[in-house]
Design a protein around this ligand. Sequence first.
Ligand code: UFG
Length: 330
Amino acid sequence: MSILVVGGAGYIGSHMVKRLVEQNRDVVVVDNLSTGHRGAVDKGVKFYEGDIRDHAFLKEVFDQEAIDTVVHFAAFSIVPESMEKPLKYFDNNTAGMVALLEEMRDHDVKRIIFSSTAATYGVPEKSPIEETDRQAPINPYGESKLMMEKIIKWADQAYGIKFVALRYFNVAGAYPDGSIGEDHGPETHLTPIILQVALGKRDQLQIFGDDYHTPDGTNVRDYVHVLDLADAHILAIDYLKAGNDSDVFNLGSSTGFSVKEMVEAAREATGEAIPAKIAARRPGDPDSLIAASQKARKILKWNPQYDDVKEIIKTAWNWTQKHPNGYEDH
Ligand code: UFG
């Protein structure tokens, strides 16, 4: 039986696929390559190019392959873009989830691990954020993912499709050998932008606001390494395979870093100056997002290997230096 990785050519999905291949697990990838890269997936892995909202396409994949678990990464995830194009997010993320679950129901596939997000909490009630805290998104991206969480709960009740929803905080880093990494076009995420400045591909970093309610006024986020995240998904697969019930877990390091602290850590990790200037706030940014991650550690036995943000940045820097133009396909 195979694990179907939907969105397996994207940043997080491709790291997941590589990890599964390393562990000799049977894996099949679906990706529409709208933001993913064919070059991020090993040529030896079975790859279907298509969109999960395309019922005929998805049915064909489920007909062809003996799938017992789906891992779902095929979603848009850019907070500011979602503020401008909310329907794009509800269509691809929320409607995409419905299409995927319909196909799973029709093919009797009973397990799904999927990417949820810290953005479902909105402005947190308290910090660190626990899984049971209020979810009140302040951007369409977070709302689209909260809707996905709600939909899957009812699909579980009606069709017995068991799920693990993993609420990621800020994912960063790359495969340590520099073979795969983060490459978005255009890039909006903090770590790769900082590293493009370090590389000289951008003149300077713009820090979006220094008047937030945080110690140095810049946004605080909880950065987690992409491989630690991939490993949590594998633990979640095994957790469901062992017959455990559906559940939701935060994935973060439980430590917050401000934008200014990230720039400083990157200066140390790269030895480059990295000029930065304060710019206007970006719409949709909460002051601070820090995970309580004890639940994943306790129940999934998740044991993240990267607890130093400088080490996380170093792996991303290795990828950036080896691939200054990313996958060179856009
Ligand atoms: N930032 C800058 N300058 C930049 C880019 C980002 O100051 O050029 C700041 C942002 O304002 C924010 C922080 O850096 O405060 C991190 O921004 P990212 O765009 O890297 O990440 P987000 O926090 O907006 O969102 C990320 C993922 C989401 C996820 C969220 C959860 O993209 O999918 O983390 O915390 F939901």
